[in-house]
Design a protein around this ligand. Structure first.
Ligand SMILES: [Mg+2]
Length: 419
């Protein structure tokens, strides 16, 4: 799942959708980095290829083509071992700029078929389906259209698509058939179609979580699915256990939408902005988008999360507590404070900004330190932009990147006016 930070409170469940309703479609590009290499270098097609960040026997493969996977090579296999496992293996040095370029082309190809709801990573995207797209026939037709549209970008760019009642299960379904999969997982398939899976197949269960489950004598899916919601909460140590319990049963609710939740915005940086200044500009722009949404939804945030991912897969994140606020200037100051700790590394690839601990007007305690002038200024900017179009008035820091982070991430049915 996405690396969205944890919120503290329980979501209000939306009613469980009828058994024949598919609310989410999840797209996972197959062996993405290796497929892009096979796309741009035709001589590599149908050959065992491993992509590496560094060409040293002691470092690990960051991707393997399906032909290399047939020899047991996967992400994380040491290059020295991979060469022994497959003597004909072709090693390719990663070209991250190319992968970002193709990411942009692929997301555009998907959006020719349907708007994207969230970008999970460079090779994973989720779409929330609505209306007639939610019935089986139309959801399948959409999946085929998306596959065709992605193939129009490149003949080597296969993907697996999962369609299900919630985002979590659609991601799980996208993992069930590779390469070029298409799996539907409906309410009536639950839980029996999950029983054969390994615990580690479940999004969010990594090696540490698996160990913890083992300590509680949970060793397979039968045992996991027999747990009640309280035991899940206890084992996970909080809200994620409860969410997982509901998701595994097909319940659809969105962690990032509505009251008592978080607003999260993320963006993969285009090549010209993959430097510290570019990342900061995009972070400001994403934060200002979030701030507008806060004010539109009459919500106040008391925590700000900033996450960065770099081209070499290094991840950094930090959170800061704030007085409850919704005005852009206070949020920008909080961002600046966090940004002082951002590592001085080259080539940031993705920026994620989240506003957390959201409460609404009624719940908030009036702060003695509140600067109402700032809020009135933000509200004035919003109303000018709503009346005269976005970017009529904006903050100086985003002047050069106004077009760089388009609002392709639709979180709700109400369109958000962006700065
Ligand atoms: Mg993939």
């Amino acid at each position: 799942m996405s690396s969205s930070p944890q919120a503290d409170s329980i979501e209000q469940d939306q009613p469980i959708q009828p058994a024949n309703s598919y609310n989410w479609l999840f797209i996972d590009l197959n062996s993405y980095f290796a497929s892009v290499e096979q796309q741009i270098q035709p001589l590599l097609r149908k050959k065992p290829v491993a992509v590496c960040a560094v060409m040293a026997d002691s470092s690990a493969c960051i991707a393997a083509s399906y032909e290399a996977k047939a020899f047991g090579i996967k992400t994380g296999t040491r290059i020295g071992d991979a060469k022994r496992m497959c003597p004909g293996l072709i090693l390719v040095k990663a070209q991250h700029e190319m992968y970002v370029d193709y990411h942009q082309k692929i997301t555009e190809a998907i959006e020719r078929c349907h708007p994207i709801t969230s970008v999970h990573s460079i090779d994973e995207v989720a779409l929330r389906l609505s209306g007639r797209d939610r019935n089986e026939e139309n959801a399948l037709a959409l999946a085929h259209d998306i596959k065709k549209s992605i193939y129009s970008v490149g003949s080597e760019l296969g993907c697996s698509i999962g369609i299900s009642t919630n985002r979590f299960l659609s991601k799980l379904a996208s993992d069930m058939q590779k390469p070029n999969g298409l799996i539907l997982l409906s309410q009536r398939d639950l839980p029996h179609k999950l029983l054969h899976l390994k615990l580690r197949d479940i999004p969010g269960i990594g090696s540490k979580m698996e160990e913890r489950l083992h300590r509680h004598n949970i060793r397979d899916m039968h045992q996991l699915l027999a747990l009640d919601v309280h035991s899940m909460r206890e084992i996970w140590g909080g809200i994620w256990g409860e969410r997982m319990h509901k998701w595994l049963r097909g319940n659809d609710f969105d962690v990032e939408n509505g009251k008592n939740k978080s607003f999260s915005h993320e963006h993969v940086l285009p090549p010209n902005l993959r430097n510290p200044d570019g990342a900061f500009a995009i972070a400001q722009k994403l934060l200002l988008k979030g701030a507008v949404r806060l004010r539109q939804h009459h919500l106040w945030a008391s925590r700000l999360y900033v996450g960065l991912r770099y081209i070499d897969q290094y991840k950094w994140s930090q959170e800061i507590k704030m007085l409850e606020c919704q005005d852009s200037l206070t949020l920008l100051e909080a961002l600046q404070l966090i940004w002082k700790d951002v590592p001085r590394r080259s080539a940031p690839l993705k920026v994620n900004i989240a506003l957390l601990n959201l409460i609404d007007d009624k719940e908030r305690t009036f702060s003695l330190f509140e600067n109402t002038k700032r809020l009135r200024l933000s509200q004035a900017v919003d109303s000018l932009n709503m009346r005269y179009g976005r970017n009529t008035v904006y903050f100086g820091g985003v002047h050069n990147i106004k077009a760089a982070a388009p609002t392709r991430i639709a979180f709700s049915s109400i369109p958000d006016f962006t700065v």
